[in-house]
Design a protein around this ligand. Sequence first.
Ligand code: FES
Length: 67
Amino acid sequence: MARIIIKKDKGPVQVKADSWICLCGLSKNQPYCDGSHRRAKLEEEEEGKLYAYDEELKRREVEVVEK
Ligand code: FES
């Protein structure tokens, strides 16, 4: 079974002095931020568009068609 989860945050939230929780969904060390949000350059995403990222954090725009 596979699922698509849409994340809108572009960075982590700090929960302790040295602990950051990933909100972008790209970290390979969930639930903790591993800096992937910076490597993926999420600030370049355009508002109103939907993107998918591969294992190398390469971005492509996608369209969701609901049945
Ligand atoms: S917030 Fe997701 S990797 Fe940093």
